[in-house]
Design a binder for this molecule. Structure first.
Ligand SMILES: [Zn+2]
Length: 114
């Protein structure tokens, strides 16, 4: 009657579809309607510097432009080297510690991997 595939696990024909998933009521196996494709990788965020290099935790970067600090009035000078960055999932996506400034958050678009 329908084109539903048999369960790949127990060969049951009583499978049904639910929201893009096929479900087998006999063995409770669930699989995607387009399961033949490779499973989508977890959408891990990729962090890239101003030049498009992929950044990773612990990388050393340099600041590519003078960055004014809110409040304190200080400026992180272009070319400042920052070791041991940590990537975070936010607007300012790099957590780091800069000598003379302490803990900072930077944007990856304003840095370059060393
Ligand atoms: Zn089954």
């Amino acid at each position: 009657m329908s084109a539903l595939p048999a369960c790949p696990q127990c060969q049951s024909e009583y499978t049904y579809e639910d929201g893009g998933m096929y479900i087998c009521p006999e063995c409770a196996h669930e699989w995607s309607a387009n399961d033949t494709a490779a499973p989508a990788a977890d959408e891990a965020r990729v962090y890239r510097d101003s030049a498009g290099n992929v950044l990773a935790d612990g990388d050393t970067i340099t600041v590519i432009k003078d960055l004014k600090l809110k409040g304190s009035g200080g400026v992180v000078k272009m070319g400042t080297k920052v070791k041991g960055i940590r990537l975070v999932d936010s607007d300012h996506d790099i957590d780091c510690k800069i000598d003379g400034f302490g803990q900072m958050s930077l944007k990856s678009e304003f840095v370059k991997k060393v």
